[in-house]
Design a protein around this ligand. Structure first.
Ligand code: ZN
Length: 266
């Protein structure tokens, strides 16, 4: 029935054949493994290249990112006085970024306890700007700068203020007008270049003897600060009023006309 003794040998031969085939198979696999490991190793070297590529890509992005910023800084330019009459009204911030501002009438933090400006802006006549720039350059040598409480004030706002406090001791009569309405007066103090206000003895619009220039009954530091403010402003064509240490008028500005334009708010 069965071919008896031959079978086991065939089976052995078959097994031997299979074994050889298996070895061949493994060889192929081994060879494949070798090839793939070489590829893998060579691939392993690639990540560093990739890293380099990635780094250079990041650097490129960084470069792209910094260029516009530098451009913005270098593009910052200010207006010049070319073709501008001395009496033209202009915005001070268009000529310099060296001043500080705390425009109180655009807030409720003032003696009226009311906001009478739509927005905070410091406008004044060209000749006043020129004198302020010169004074501020002088102050900077002393490590301080001008900080504004008020600049040009439209005549309509003067009427608003008069309606709230109709007392000529505190508010100029709008019919007669204030030098603020004429673009020749500024209310200022001094602060360090780091933004620390100098002690002047009273707040802005403090109505009382402590705010007077001829009140010398004050600590020496306050007297020195007021002296620096007054002497520098006088050197640059401004004169002071006896009862308000913060108020300065440009010489000859009283002769200018009362103005009533309103600056634009965004
Ligand atoms: Zn004033």
């Amino acid at each position: 029935m069965f071919s008896g003794g031959k079978k086991p040998k065939d089976v052995r031969n078959l097994k031997a054949g299979n074994f050889l085939l298996t070895i061949q198979k493994y060889r192929r696999t081994y060879a494949l493994l070798l090839v793939s490991s070489v590829l893998f190793l060579s691939c392993k070297e690639n990540p560093s290249e990739k890293k380099v590529i990635q780094e250079s890509t990041i650097k490129a992005v960084e470069v792209i990112d910094t260029v516009p910023k530098e451009k913005i800084v270098s593009k910052k330019t200010f207006r010049t006085f070319e073709n501008l009459a001395d009496t033209t009204f202009v915005r001070l911030a268009d000529f310099s970024d060296g001043f500080a501002y705390d425009l109180r009438y655009a807030t409720e933090n003032n003696f009226l306890k009311e906001k009478v400006y739509d927005c905070a802006e410091c406008y004044t006549r060209v000749k006043t700007v020129k004198a302020l720039l010169a004074a501020n350059a002088n102050f900077k040598k002393e490590g301080v700068r001008i900080k504004f409480y008020d600049c040009y004030r439209p005549n309509s706002v003067q009427y608003k203020m008069w309606a709230i406090v109709p007392n000529p001791q505190y508010v100029a009569n709008p019919k007669k007008g204030s030098i603020h309405n004429k673009g020749g007066a500024v209310d200022i103090t001094l602060e360090t270049l780091e933004g620390q206000e100098l002690d002047m003895g009273t707040d802005f619009d403090f109505f009382g003897k402590r705010a007077y220039h001829d009140n010398f009954d004050l600590p020496q530091e306050i007297l020195d600060n007021r002296k620096l403010l007054k002497e520098t402003m006088e050197k640059h064509g401004f004169w002071s009023t006896r009862t308000e240490w913060w108020h300065y008028n440009l010489s000859g500005a009283a002769k200018d006309k009362i103005a009533n334009f309103k600056w634009k708010c965004d």
